[in-house]
Design a protein. Structure first.
Length: 210
């Protein structure tokens, strides 16, 4: 299955992507993780992206499309993939089409803005491997420590309340129109994001027929 996950920042896309990935044995391609790794390594792309991310703005299409094009050429994408965080604009969606990337379903996770603000204040990310946790919904086994690699968990600057509000504004203006884009292609499926991860997963699996 070649799947695009849509939804506002904090809607649970990353968590559901991990679960679908395990279920279908296909890779999750998270532009956020790729960008943060580039920033950590101090690459030219990373430094360019950092200035936008710190301001709560979207990274320009040219940077994102270049990253994705290279990643989709990898052998592990031959049987399918999950795109998490790409496309974020109509221009990126059109670029994917122009690249000839086949997409089966665009799945949108629907969550109210107020619920997202509450969710993201509890989100923590591993400094080492980039794994995501939540102080209410997905707690680590040991407080403040990553289950996978043992590194410290931190709150990202873009999870701070004022940045979250800016990111939601950008989402509604630039990314939400993608729902109509894929609906017009007959590819959109929408799922209401629940408080519990398992409940959301059940709804996602039902929508995807898996």
């Amino acid at each position: 299955m070649k799947l695009i996950l849509l939804g506002a920042p904090g809607s649970g896309k990353g968590t559901q992507a991990e679960i679908i990935c395990e279920k279908l044995s296909i890779p999750t391609i998270s532009t956020g993780n790729i960008l943060r790794e580039s920033i950590k390594e101090g690459t030219e792309l990373g430094m360019q992206a950092k200035s936008y991310m710190d301001a709560g703005k979207l990274v320009p299409d040219a940077l994102i499309v270049g990253i994705i094009k290279e990643r989709l050429a990898a052998p592990d994408c031959a049987n399918g993939f999950i795109l998490d965080g790409m496309p974020r604009t109509i221009a990126q969606a059109e670029a994917l089409d122009e690249m000839g990337v086949p997409i089966d379903v665009a799945l949108s996770l629907e969550v109210e803005d107020a619920a997202i603000e509450a969710r993201m204040s509890g989100r923590r990310v591993c400094e080492g491997c980039g794994a995501s946790y939540h102080m209410q919904f997905k707690q680590p086994k040991a407080e403040g420590v990553c289950d996978a690699c043992g590194a410290k968990l931190v709150q990202r600057k873009d999870d701070a309340p004022e940045t979250v509000r800016d990111r939601l504004k950008v989402y509604h203006e630039q990314t939400e129109p993608l729902k109509d884009y894929y609906a017009n292609k007959g590819m959109l499926k929408s799922v209401a994001g629940c408080d519990g991860i398992e409940d959301t997963t059940k709804a996602v699996f039902a929508a995807l027929g898996i």
